[in-house]
Design a protein. Structure first.
Length: 116
């Protein structure tokens, strides 16, 4: 499985960015796609994930500001990030998982920088 992410960049506080991640290869129809992030000196944390059935999970700090969505036909997941804050600055990683089989893949990170 390969994951190709795009959409990171530099934005001022209060601005918006949209991340995209396309999965390719041997894709199970039942899977979870999502985003994690890692700021300098900190552990990687879950930002938002979405299952193929549509259930979602968000870290509390982004609830109400970020929205995850996906296009199952394209095996693509999106993260719309609004009202960005400097503390959202991190490398964002796309993740594909099939928990039943213990499958877990990561894309190369994309940098998101929010200036104050």
């Amino acid at each position: 499985v390969q994951l190709q992410a795009s959409g990171g960049g530099l934005v001022q506080a209060g601005g918006s960015l949209r991340l995209s991640c396309a999965a390719s290869g041997s894709i199970f129809s039942i899977n979870t796609l999502g985003w994690y992030r890692q700021a300098p000196g900190q552990q990687r944390e879950l930002v938002a994930v979405m299952s193929s059935s549509g259930s979602t999970n968000y870290v509390d700090s982004v609830k109400g500001r970020f929205t995850i969505s996906r296009d199952n036909a394209k095996n693509t997941v999106y993260l719309q990030m609004n009202s960005l804050k400097p503390e959202d600055t991190a490398v964002y990683y796309c993740n594909y998982a099939v928990y039943t089989y213990g499958m877990d893949y990561w894309g190369k990170g994309t940098q998101v920088t929010v200036s104050s």
